[in-house]
Design a protein around this ligand. Structure first.
Ligand SMILES: NC(=O)c1ccc[n+]([C@@H]2O[C@H](COP(=O)([O-])OP(=O)(O)OC[C@H]3O[C@@H](n4cnc5c(N)ncnc54)[C@H](OP(=O)(O)O)[C@@H]3O)[C@@H](O)[C@H]2O)c1
Length: 336
């Protein structure tokens, strides 16, 4: 196998504004041979996620930025093709943070086993993986919803938002989803059971929130920041909770305004806004994953995957993710 070709996508240059195809380059190398204690893994599904845009920035973040020439960051679901470890056998399915790569030789300690009995293996980087766990902990631990609360979630049809809204329904909330097209709005209302939706591209979010939730918003799960966050701040209930999960409206911006603009809204309503990272809850992930899997089996939690076929399409699909072209959890299918 050593003379076969392995491909990886690198960040060829740092993007300014929206990434372009020329910011990415394919690097070819031989398929590696695993050493003692290592596995040769082959990517089945590659997860594309908004945070990857943050890794392409030079500035301070919670993770080390990529340098030009580095392999794009990311988690994959992969099959063990060769094993030099007593812990894994050929055919095992694992998760691994090898980035945008087709093959890799990795230490057996660096991978996580995927349990195929929980669901299709692609879900290990979706509803049963990082995005699903983000929704779970961000809503339940940071948002702390109570039955009867009004919960608003942005990027509502996406990998995180769709799970947030459904967990809100399981907890007895009145759920309003904000999304960027009528198709996405219809999906979260009709297929996922959200109570109301707002299309932020065609409707005025603040006045719609006033109409749909005259007593105010108790919990806001913020995936986007920007004008949608401003609109929610206008409509907070007393002692509201804002779980700051993502700020995708700013990820392609090189000129992010400094400072929150409407802290008066928090003061007036004695509300709390708290940022969080899914990894802060790592100790609880196995229990939360089992709960998410249980809800799927009970029919209480649905999920949608947007699977793009072909390793070569990764940059195009990623650029589209930052524009809202994806509909559900974005995955690249790399091999069968
Ligand atoms: N804190 C954490 O640990 C953590 C972990 C995972 C993810 N996140 C964050 O969670 C958010 C959602 O991630 P995801 O994986 O579920 O992605 P996703 O929702 O599946 O896809 C991103 C969606 O964001 C929306 N969007 C894009 N540009 C926008 C803009 N300018 N204004 C408003 N919405 C915009 C688009 O939906 P529309 O068509 O509806 O606009 C797009 O489909 C991201 O901000 C991500 O960084 C945080």
């Amino acid at each position: 196998m050593s003379d076969a070709i392995n491909r990886a996508w690198t960040m060829a240059s740092r993007p300014t504004g929206e990434p372009k195809q020329e910011n990415f380059a394919v690097e070819e190398s031989p398929i590696p041979s695993p050493k003692h204690g290592e596995l040769l893994i082959r990517t089945l599904f590659m997860s594309l996620d908004p945070y990857m845009r943050g890794r392409m920035r030079p500035g301070p973040s919670y993770a080390t930025p990529l340098q030009p020439g580095d392999i794009m960051t990311g988690e994959v679901v992969a099959r063990v093709e060769q094993s030099k470890s007593s812990n894994y056998t050929v055919g095992d399915i694992v998760r691994s943070s090898i980035g945008w790569r087709e093959w890799a030789a990795v230490s057996d300690h660096s991978v996580k086993r995927v349990d195929p009995s929980l669901g299709p293996v692609s879900t290990a980087v979706g509803v049963l993986g990082m995005p699903g766990l983000t929704a779970y902990h961000g809503l339940l631990d940071i948002g702390q919803p109570k039955a009867g609360d009004t919960l608003v979630v942005s990027a509502a049809s996406g990998a995180v938002g769709a799970v947030v809204g459904q967990i809100g329904k399981i907890n007895g909330c009145n759920v309003i989803g904000v999304a960027g097209s009528d198709k996405k709005c219809n999906y979260v209302k009709n297929d996922l059971g959200f109570d109301y939706t707002i299309n932020y591209k065609t409707q005025e979010v603040s006045s719609e929130l006033k109409r749909l939730s005259p007593n105010g918003v108790d919990v806001y799960f913020d995936n986007v920041g920007g004008p949608v966050l401003d609109a929610v701040l206008d409509n907070l209930a007393f002692k509201a909770r804002i779980a700051i999960c993502g700020q995708i409206s700013q990820y392609n911006s090189d000129d992010i305004p400094l400072g929150p603009r409407n802290m008066w809204a928090l003061l007036r309503t004695q509300s709390r806004a708290e940022g969080f990272l899914v990894y802060a809850f790592e100790q609880q992930h196995e229990i939360s994953r089992a709960r998410l899997a249980g809800w799927i089996k009970e029919g209480l939690l649905k999920y949608k995957e947007d699977i793009v076929d072909g390793f070569e399409k990764a940059p195009e699909a990623f650029i589209g993710l930052l524009r809202g072209d994806n509909f559900g959890k974005l995955l690249i299918k790399v091999s069968d």
